[in-house]
Write a protein that binds this ligand. Structure first.
Ligand SMILES: Nc1ncnc2c1ncn2[C@@H]1O[C@H](COP(=O)(O)OP(=O)(O)OP(=O)(O)O)[C@@H](O)[C@H]1O
Ligand SMILES: CC(C)(CO)[C@@H](O)C(=O)NCCC(=O)O
Ligand SMILES: [K+]
Length: 258
């Protein structure tokens, strides 16, 4: 069985693929100090609690945080006796092209989104991922990653207001009742929520104009549904896109790798 690990700047998700479907998914905060032993105790406890018996033979990792990869590699070597595939490393093949400026290290999460999106929907896509940052990944007709946009994440934007302004509290995102806020929290939520609706719409409109052919907009990440409720921003929402992409990349390497 395959253990797929998606490590973002905020959260790390572990998921087990049994060859046909994902049989368990667990989320933890990303902390580079966590050791292989700590990962294993955590993972094996959760698996046991859910009665999941998995013989993990393969591991694939996508990490936007370079320093966590070391301990995840140790986890893979020590406990599963296998060398992990790490997306973005030269020995991990991708089923799609990456056409960007030379020397650009594209975030592995964006490459994985591209692969998953192309597999689900074919080419000419805008993949919008609401994570720590909000990223827009442009997928060409042939499935290639050809660039995109990086914007500050929703929670990051709210947190930045709180950090920088003494009188602004910590606030969670939600859809405000009105645009005109009549208290501080409502004003902040309105700024970020409606500002974000505008950001997504404007960026997608401009990408479509620049790309010049009809495109589908696919969203992923926990906050996508919140935005979709208020404005038809996306053609579709996929909540397990990264795991799907990791599984496809793993399969591709099994079939085409050394
Ligand atoms: N209504 C909501 N308000 C605040 N947060 C939410 C809401 N709905 C979902 N979330 C959060 O959205 C996040 C979605 O996870 P996702 O994996 O897309 O990004 P992340 O883990 O925050 O970022 P990264 O992948 O960069 O680490 C989760 O942390 C989840 O708690
Ligand atoms: C933009 C983030 C932080 C989004 O997770 C990640 O994809 C990343 O660190 N990217 C590296 C730079 C790039 O993608 O061009
Ligand atoms: K993510």
């Amino acid at each position: 069985m395959l253990l797929a690990v998606d490590c973002g700047n905020t959260n790390t998700v572990f998921s087990i693929w049994d060859g046909e479907r994902f049989i368990g998914t667990w989320r933890t905060a990303t902390e580079w100090q966590r050791t292989a032993d700590q990962y294993y105790v955590w993972l094996s406890t959760l698996m046991r609690l859910q009665g999941i018996e998995a013989d993990i033979t393969d591991v694939i990792i996508s990490s936007t945080v370079p320093r966590v990869v070391f301990n995840l590699r140790v986890l893979s070597d020590r406990y599963f006796n296998t060398r992990p595939l790490v997306v973005g490393k030269p020995d991990c093949l991708l089923p799609v092209d990456v056409r960007v400026d030379e020397g650009t290290a594209v975030g592995p999460d964006r490459l994985v989104n591209t692969v998953a999106g192309f597999d689900h929907y074919g080419g000419n896509l805008i993949m919008v991922d609401f994570g720590t940052a909000t990223t827009f990944d442009v997928v060409a007709d042939d499935g290639a990653y050809i660039g995109g946009v990086i914007a500050p994440g929703v929670n990051l934007s709210l947190e930045a207001l709180h950090q920088a302004a003494a009188a602004l509290p910590h606030v969670d995102i939600s859809k405000p009742q009105a645009v005109i806020g009549t208290n501080t929290v409502a004003c902040m939520q309105s700024g970020v929520f409606w500002g974000y609706v505008g950001l997504v719409r404007e960026i997608c409109t401009r990408i479509k104009a620049e790309h010049g052919v009809p495109m589908k907009i696919i969203s992923t990440g926990g906050l996508a549904p919140l935005f979709q409720q208020s404005a038809q921003l996306f053609d579709a929402f996929e909540d397990d896109l990264t795991m799907h992409g990791l599984q496809i990349i793993h399969k591709y390497n099994k079939e085409n790798g050394l």
